[in-house]
Design a protein around this ligand. Structure first.
Ligand code: ISE
Length: 328
């Protein structure tokens, strides 16, 4: 059986996902695709074998050949589209963030709970990245002892023109927020965000997060770092540390120096993670059990990011209290 996937959004991530499903994912095919730009929808749809292309996302959701929907449209459209998928009873993989506000995420959590089955997965692909998976396995094996501090660095070459200061949190650091919760199995309860007085706008910023189980998290986000896309992580535990190794294909030694190349953006760095995420989701379509981030995880990430934005604006620490989980 091959599941028909409807893709909403044919921009950078929508096109990337469509190609990955077309080329590398077993048990699924691109059935329909929409984008507000008709030419872009036609180009990506044509390349990936979509039977229907349209400018209207709701045409994709309603298409009887679409068994499940992948949302990769702009962040502000996510909530309405996820709710439309739930109303149609179709499983949905929504790119992060699940919704732009915590309040909208909670509406999704409630709508899914009312259906009594899991239909939503959120595209926090780092949970499938082999390096993070190995880091979690090293922690869970126990020899390192209890986790104490997770140090994170998230650097981009440059930010798009539409990027606002708070998006360093909602667009970038939100990945670290999710991966820290997943790695540590802890909840983030307090956030403080500090911006440099000398740098332009809010770039770089530092986030310090406290968890309910003790470990601390610090995140440097620098969206205009220029030299390359660079994501780092080091988990410091009682009896040792585990770090993400540089994701290199080759290591050059020449003229008395050693070097490797950085990718220009996140797609090469996380290509395996995206592929494994999509393959896992397609397996979940058959079993009804999903390994990726849930709607509740999507809510938590957005709510914690909102608290971080408040701290960025005020300079003061913010206590975080997440809403109760309707599933527990
Ligand atoms: C982008 O929006 C993403 O989601 C990428 O995964 C992230 O690494 C990048 O920094 C963001 O800008």
């Amino acid at each position: 059986m091959s599941f028909g996937i409807g893709i909403i959004g044919a921009g950078v991530m929508g096109a990337d996902h469509a190609r990955t499903i077309f080329r590398d994912v077993a048990g699924a095919h691109v059935a329909a695709l929409s984008d507000i730009d008709a030419a872009r929808a036609a180009a990506v749809g044509g390349e990936t074998g979509a039977r229907r292309v349209d400018t209207d996302a709701h045409v994709v959701i309603a298409d009887p050949g679409v068994d499940a929907v992948l949302i990769a449209s702009p962040d502000a459209t996510h909530a309405e589209l996820v709710l439309a998928c739930l109303a149609a009873g179709k499983p949905v993989l929504c790119e992060k963030p699940l919704a732009a506000t915590a309040e909208a995420c909670l509406r999704i959590v409630a709508a899914e709970a009312a259906l009594g089955r899991t239909l939503v997965q959120v595209g926090f692909m780092r949970r499938f990245d082999p390096a993070y998976v190995e880091m979690k396995a090293a922690l869970d094996a126990g020899a390192l002892g209890a986790p104490l501090v997770l140090h994170c660095v998230h650097r981009n070459v440059s930010a798009p023109v539409w990027f606002e200061a708070m998006m360093a949190i909602t667009n970038a650091a939100v990945h670290e927020i999710d991966i820290a919760r997943w790695l540590l199995g802890a909840e983030i309860v307090r956030a403080q965000v500090v911006r440099s007085r000398t740098a332009r706008a809010a770039d770089p910023i530092l986030l310090v997060l406290e968890t309910d189980r003790g470990p601390l998290i610090d995140i440097e986000v620098f969206v205009s770092a220029q030299y390359g896309y660079d994501v780092r992580g080091e988990l410091v535990c009682e009896r040792g540390t585990v770090s993400l190794a540089p994701p290199v294909a080759t290591d050059l030694r020449h003229a008395g120096a050693q070097s490797f190349r950085f990718a220009a953006d996140w797609r090469p760095r996380f290509a395996d993670a995206y592929r494994l995420e999509l393959q896992s989701w397609v397996r979940g379509l058959a079993t009804g059990r999903y390994e990726g981030a849930s709607a509740r995880d999507g809510y938590a990430a957005t709510a914690i990011a909102e608290a971080c934005v408040r701290s960025l604006d005020t300079g003061a620490p913010v206590d975080i209290r997440l809403a109760d989980d309707p599933q527990s």
